[in-house]
Ligand binder design. Structure first.
Ligand SMILES: O=C[C@H](O)[C@@H](O)CC(=O)C(=O)O
Ligand SMILES: [Zn+2]
Length: 275
């Protein structure tokens, strides 16, 4: 049984009273990577689980998770694993999948215990409740749907790579992918948006260890910031914007769960409304 850390859902009226430490305790996940261990955070934002598994000196198995109240963690859930290391393998339901860096593997409800291995592998994990079984599917970045956004003049020229989405890897509710920037562009998800119908989790990657992301959160007229380092995750409640700028080049992986899977169902925040 893997013990999870619990994050309860926070209301925006409460969030705006938080100081830096409280904001970080509630919305930043900075302990994903523990050598030879699995670190899972169970959130009450659409019951998404976010975690890391680092099988440095031997395989690690995820079978049961304390907060789900089910015998197996995927009895009523689906998951996506992304390798943030180099080569690694994931075993589930008698199948073995090879994952290179930033390949994403979807595992459906009923996949059973999941074993990860690879001394150079680091698996980022997202999971959300599911209502039906869908076959496992692996995708590389070349198979993802590309959506170019932004412009050089706004320092936000980037490509959204959609991996798990209605026209790509099928899922019950997870919509997930990765965003990469053109050289010199540092602003993600600006102009900002919210989507009260879905929660979202970001993990920032490819950032040098001595650099920061200034991540913006909060209601559009009551923003706060979190200073985020490489391979740390940020929880974005449905009422919050989720946007950021890096002090150096970076990429990030986004994952959503909620009432619909329409990527374009966003409420854009006009620039002049941000406070
Ligand atoms: O709801 C969608 C998500 O916030 C991200 O996909 C946005 C993003 O990757 C970007 O604009 O760079
Ligand atoms: Zn979003």
């Amino acid at each position: 049984m893997i013990k999870t850390q619990l994050r309860r859902a926070i209301d925006p009226r409460h969030a705006k009273t938080f100081d830096t430490t409280q904001l970080r305790e509630e919305f930043l996940v900075d302990n994903l990577w523990i050598e030879d261990d699995v670190s899972l955070t169970y959130t009450q934002y659409d019951r998404m689980i976010v975690g890391g598994a680092w099988p440095k000196s031997g395989p690690l198995t995820i079978d049961a998770v304390d907060q789900t109240g089910t015998d197996g963690w995927l009895d009523r859930r689906e998951a996506v694993l992304v390798n943030l290391g180099t080569s690694g393998t994931v075993e589930a339901k008698g199948e073995t999948y090879e994952l290179g860096r930033c390949d994403m593997l979807y595992l459906g409800m009923g996949s059973g215990a999941v074993t990860v291995s690879g001394s150079d592998a680091k698996f980022y994990i997202i999971s959300a409740p599911a209502h039906r079984e869908i076959p496992a599917q692996l995708a590389t970045i070349d198979q993802a749907n590309q959506v170019p956004l932004g412009s050089r003049d706004s320092c936000n020229e980037r490509v959204i790579y959609q991996f798990v989405h209605p026209a790509g890897i099928e899922s019950c509710q997870i919509v997930m992918g990765m965003t990469k920037f053109s050289a010199g562009s540092i602003w993600n998800t600006m102009p900002a948006h919210i989507h009260e119908r879905r929660s979202e989790i970001y993990i920032y990657i490819d950032l040098p260890d001595d650099q920061n992301i200034i991540h913006l959160m909060g209601e559009p007229d009551e923003t706060r910031h979190l200073v985020v380092r490489n391979e740390q995750a940020v929880l974005s409640p449905p009422w919050s914007i989720h946007s950021g700028a890096g002090t150096a080049a970076y990429s990030f992986i986004w994952a959503m769960a909620g009432d619909n899977m329409a990527f374009t169902d966003m409420d854009m925040v006009p620039m002049e409304d941000l406070r």
